[in-house]
Design a protein around this ligand. Structure first.
Ligand code: FAD
Length: 497
């Protein structure tokens, strides 16, 4: 951890300069990448991320994007604000929404996501000093200050690779497959093993590692939480296939080309982590409590829901526009589909509103988003998102496929004459129609779209786990009281009481 540089407000250029050729070990397509900021697989996502920092640093956006305006001449990005009131949560929502509109909700692990987890940890940081570990709480607080002052981009890996889910972490063979401590030193720890699935890891400044999967006695070496710089010696980032480099033009793949945030297997090959960056150490209880007894999980996933609402709005806008373009928008059956889609979108927005208006106290002085509507939204997401995509596809029909092979078809006059004649709609010349349909395909049908769907199904955990979490958050007692009340109104003879 370098000294706090206080360069804020961080601009896009500051961000790119920080990660440019910084020695991080990133691999893709059989090769090591020298500079992620110029590589075709990553550079456009990095430019998009840089835009986020530019927006946060623009004086015109100061009131939305920054906090501590009076106290500091250089106020901090609002993504690091620890909310103390419902109004603070509303202000936070405005900032996150502003950023999510830059990515249209398509980059799930933008810098505000893990920042919200760090905020949540800070909102009940006493959890980190359980079992006498006072220095861990201090380390966390210092590191939060360091991250927020510098506005660093952190991503996380909090799940071990699948390998063999039938065995606990410590029974994997060999023993050091899942990332864990292999050696303790005076000044820190050595970590070995892998974690999945580091979305945005290639693009970020720091990677945080924790365990959100259930752990059990024997798993102590994995019961850790720490953060390391992406260029730490021994850290290796193996990116999945890039959709951005496969996108041959922005016109043909407008989303793949700009918002491919990348996902990676992250390998810790004897990575040294100084104690100052270790916040949980070989402690099964805190490893679990850090998610549920702090506001980390609620704050991080509340950010995710704000982003998700932006994405749903995009889907709804496309549905409306395409039905108008095809001249089917007045048909009752089409209105019915739009109505069904709107119901899902409005339900998610309502659950988001309720997270703020029903917020509750956590720790000594903070408020967190209400958990019941939050976990309801998360549990339904793996159903709502594919459902909406399917309905959008249904509205689009073959028009999503009946498209020119690429934008270059427009450049050939012989082809263009027929495209202009046959691939158009009233009020929509061919280039506009094709543009809208290609955008929609990139959201519902391309490889990028398939990954987006998998993301929305799994980013907050597998569906069985998100539903179980909802079951534990739901207040069944009111329902049980009603059951008792109704049972008490009659007896075995059928007499009313
Ligand atoms: C696109 C994408 C991006 C992601 N980004 C990140 C990231 O940035 N950081 C990060 O840490 N993680 C990330 N993840 C990982 C994500 O958190 C996990 O995918 C999720 O927690 C599920 O874990 P898993 O994939 O290991 O699935 P598993 O736990 O292996 O489950 C897969 C399926 O197996 C079945 N199953 C497994 N166990 C059980 C059980 N006990 N009971 C019943 N059924 C079971 C279910 O059908 C389940 O859906 C990402 C995932 C995706 C798809």
């Amino acid at each position: 951890m370098d000294a706090v540089t206080k360069i804020r407000p961080r601009t896009g250029k500051n961000y790119i300069d920080a990660i440019k050729g910084d020695g991080r070990k990133v691999f893709i397509d059989g090769e090591e990448v020298n500079d992620v900021t110029t590589h075709p697989a990553f550079r456009e996502a990095i430019k998009t991320t840089a835009r986020l920092y530019d927006i946060a640093s623009e004086p015109a956006n100061r009131n939305i994007m920054r906090f501590n305006l009076e106290a500091s001449p250089k106020p901090i990005n609002r993504i690091w604000q620890l909310p103390k009131s419902e109004n603070d949560l509303r202000l936070r929502r405005s900032a996150v929404q502003k950023w999510s509109e830059v990515t249209f909700g398509l980059m799930g692990r933008s810098p505000d996501h893990v920042a919200a987890f760090f905020c949540g940890w800070m909102m009940n940081s006493d959890v980190f000093e359980q079992n006498g570990g006072k220095e861990k709480k201090k380390y966390l607080e210092n590191f939060y200050e360091y991250l927020s002052e510098n506005d660093y981009y952190v991503t996380y890996t909090i799940i071990p690779p699948q390998i063999d889910r039938s065995k606990p972490m410590h029974q994997q063979s060999p023993r050091d497959l899942y990332a864990g401590v292999v050696k303790e030193k005076d000044n820190g720890i050595i970590v070995r093993g892998a974690q999945m699935l580091g979305t945005g890891a290639v693009l970020s400044d720091y990677i945080s590692l924790g365990q959100i999967t259930p752990i059990q006695p024997g798993d102590e070496d994995h019961a850790i939480n720490f953060a390391v710089a992406c260029n730490s010696p021994g850290l290796k980032i193996y990116s999945r296939r890039s959709y951005a480099s496969a996108a041959n033009s922005t016109f043909d793949y407008p989303l793949s080309s700009q918002f491919d945030e990348t996902d990676s297997l992250v390998v810790f090959d004897d990575v040294f982590v100084p104690w100052e960056q270790v916040f949980v150490y070989r402690d099964l209880e805190i490893s679990k409590d850090q998610w549920w007894k702090t506001a980390a999980h609620s704050m991080g996933n509340h950010q995710a829901q704000i982003r998700f609402v932006t994405k749903l709005r995009l889907i709804m806008g496309l549905a409306k526009r395409i039905t108008e373009m095809n001249g089917v928008n007045k048909l009752p059956a089409v209105k019915g589909i739009l109505g069904e889609m709107s119901s899902y979108a409005a339900m998610v927005e309502g659950l988001l509103d309720a997270q703020i208006s029903n917020c509750s106290i956590i720790g000594k002085e903070f408020v967190e988003p209400a958990r019941q509507p939050l976990y309801a939204a998360i549990a339904l997401q793996s159903k709502v998102y594919p459902k909406l995509l399917n309905l959008l596809r249904e509205l689009c029909g073959g028009g999503l496929i009946q498209l020119p092979s690429s934008s270059t078809d427009f450049k050939n006059p012989q082809i263009k004459i027929d495209i202009d004649r046959y691939i158009q709609s009233p009020g929509y010349p061919a280039d506009e129609r094709v543009k809208l349909m290609k955008l929609t395909w990139d959201l519902v049908g391309s490889e990028f779209a398939g990954r987006q769907e998998q993301y929305e199904r799994f980013y907050a955990g597998p569906p069985f786990a998100t539903k179980t979490r909802m079951e534990s958050e739901y207040n069944f007692s009111e329902g049980e009281r009603l059951v008792d009340d109704v049972l008490a109104t009659y007896d075995i003879e059928g007499r009313k009481k």
